[in-house]
Design a protein around this ligand. Structure first.
Ligand SMILES: [Zn+2]
Ligand SMILES: [Zn+2]
Length: 141
């Protein structure tokens, strides 16, 4: 286990994520929602137990933006109300104890995490190289 420090762009919120060194749950997502919310070509996401994430500053001030995911259930995105950095997401379809951490926001960890799968490959930009097995939408469960 390694503990990574994270903070939003303005520094108003800070957190610690204690992550398994096994990165099989590290997923690169090409979906259009990630493009719109993040402003980049994709997002990098580690699926973790909720208990692995602790806010050390400003956790109470986070705001949630919710939208309906493909499952029909809500996806709640927790972000800093000042600078809009997304710390983590919670997909209700995954149950109450599992969250999705944005690993590219971790200053020390972002380079350490390689994707184990790419999802929403059908929305991938044509110029992007494949770095892990790509699924059209989601991997079969
Ligand atoms: Zn902030
Ligand atoms: Zn996505």
């Amino acid at each position: 286990m390694t503990t990574y420090q994270g903070q939003c762009h303005c520094g108003q919120t800070q957190w610690e994520a204690t992550l398994n060194n096994d990165q099989t749950n590290h997923v690169l997502c090409h979906c259009d929602t990630c493009k719109i919310l993040g402003g980049g070509a994709f997002t990098l996401n580690q699926i973790i137990p909720k208990s692995a994430l602790k806010f050390t500053k400003g956790g109470d001030s986070l705001k949630a933006y919710s939208y309906k995911g493909d499952s029909g259930k809500s996806v709640n995105c927790y972000y800093c109300p000042n600078c809009t950095t997304h710390a983590y997401h919670h997909q209700e379809v995954m149950g109450p104890d599992t969250i999705i951490l944005r690993t590219a926001v971790l200053p020390k960890g972002r380079a350490d995490f390689k994707p184990s799968a790419e999802i929403w490959g059908k929305a991938k930009m044509p110029w992007e190289k494949e770095v892990a097995q790509t699924f059209e939408v989601m991997p079969p469960s």
